[in-house]
Design a binder for this molecule. Structure first.
Ligand code: TYC
Length: 127
């Protein structure tokens, strides 16, 4: 399943849960009883997280491009563009995900970088 499909699924799940019934007693009514009302739950959609890549002086540019292609499904051109943005500005966004997926991406990128002895850092930030 792609990241986009997972996001749509999690939004659907959220929407299903957001309809609830409000039960109100009618103390002033002649006919005592309860009123059932459909009500939108006052819940916020779950927060989304940006996965952010940080610059350093040692990780090769080609390795960063590979990371963006492998873990964020970018084409070479987009990956090069994002890598150069991180290189010039200090950080750059790789994607926007629900919390668990963002945390998994961060773990995968950091572990892949460590396996190859590069100091590349990746973090998540609430959007
Ligand atoms: N600054 C690195 C270099 O000059 C390249 C680099 C880009 C490193 C992006 C990390 O997230 C990064 N080799």
């Amino acid at each position: 399943m792609t990241g986009k499909q997972q996001l749509i699924r999690s939004n659907l799940r959220h929407r299903k849960r957001s309809l609830r019934l409000k039960i109100t007693a009618m103390p002033n009514s002649n006919s005592p009883g309860l009123v059932l009302e459909k009500q939108e739950a006052k819940t916020k959609p779950p927060p989304m997280y940006q996965v952010v890549l940080l610059n350093d002086d040692y990780t090769p540019m080609e390795f960063v491009i590979l990371v963006l292609q492998k873990f964020f499904k970018m084409g070479r051109e987009k990956a090069t563009h994002v890598m150069l943005k991180v290189h010039r500005e200090g950080k750059g966004i790789c994607g926007l995900f629900p919390r668990d997926i963002a945390a998994t991406k961060v773990e995968q990128v950091c572990s892949f970088a460590r396996q190859h002895q590069h100091p590349l850092q990746c973090v998540m930030e609430e959007a």
